[in-house]
Design a protein around this ligand. Structure first.
Ligand code: PEP
Ligand code: MN
Length: 270
């Protein structure tokens, strides 16, 4: 294990993070929304639909880390303004990715949780900057990273003074090609053994396939993950990013019902 100090579990004292009316780490959190914010109409549609289905928070990328520089890069500030409108309309807190350390402080006016994407997990200047921000940080696991390296990155954020870090398992690269990545669900109990930080699961980027998202979401609930983050699009075929892995609002709603029933069952099973 790398040199981890601040994130280590001691006396079974778990961190809970209050965002809106949810205490992440204590209450199960369901975050849903589009991969990218594309325009106002679709964002507000999706926000309304996921809220109706029971989501607690809205996700949506305004700055997109794309493999190709020619792919849609996100709407930037315009996208954040749309997210703010969605927040005003639905009351849901906003989760959005920050790519650049220079954007951290002003982005805090628009988002409730700053997401650090898998590709930036070890961007140490970005980690130091969000460590100084007054917003919780959702730290995704790097696609080639060990649990120990991931916790060291959380350590960077805590060391700067921000103790509100939520970890997110989003699949790692293996030799398997059927799924986009391989969901390492054992990371959930492993993190809970090693750290006091909450951990949620992203079954969307972990599988990259619509058909695999509901079963892996339920499996994540059974693993005692503190929540899920899922991509939903009102017209997946036309989505500007990650169209193969977006659930429709209808299939998200069906899945959410099962998630809540299983969550309640797991509460009983102690
Ligand atoms: C995303 O959440 O849209 C995203 C880019 O995720 P990841 O960083 O896990 O690939
Ligand atoms: Mn995506």
């Amino acid at each position: 294990m790398n040199d981890i100090r601040l994130v280590t579990l001691e006396n079974n004292k778990k961190t809970t993070i209050q965002v809106g009316n949810i205490r992440i780490g204590q209450d199960f959190v369901l975050i849903a929304g589009p991969c990218s914010v594309e325009n106002e109409e679709h964002t507000l549609n999706i926000a309304t639909a996921v809220k109706k289905a029971g989501a607690n928070m809205l996700r949506g990328g305004a700055f997109k880390p794309r493999t190709s520089p020619y792919s849609f890069q996100g709407l930037g500030l315009k996208g954040l303004k749309i997210l703010k409108k969605a927040q005003e309309l639905t009351g849901m807190p906003i989760v959005s990715e920050v790519l650049d350390p220079r954007d951290v402080s002003w982005m805090c006016d628009y988002v409730d949780i700053l997401q650090i994407g898998a590709r930036n997990m070890q961007n140490f200047s970005l980690l130091k900057e969000v460590g100084k921000a007054e917003r919780p940080v959702l730290l995704k696991r790097g696609m080639y990273s060990t649990i120990s390296e991931w916790l060291s990155c959380a350590e960077y954020i805590l060391k700067e003074g921000n103790s509100d870090v939520i970890l997110c398992e989003r699949g790692i690269r293996t030799f398997e090609t059927y799924s986009r990545n391989t969901l390492d669900l054992s990371a959930v109990p492993a993190i809970k053994e090693l750290s006091h930080l909450p951990i949620i699961v992203d079954p969307t980027h972990a599988t990259g396939r619509v058909s695999l998202i509901p079963p892996m979401s339920l499996a994540a609930v059974v693993s005692r993950a503190d929540g899920l983050i899922v991509e939903v699009h009102d017209n997946p075929e036309e989505a500007l990013s990650d169209k193969d892995q977006a659930l429709t609002p209808e299939s998200f709603s069906e899945m959410a019902d099962k998630i809540f029933r299983l969550r309640d069952f797991m509460k009983e099973l102690n």
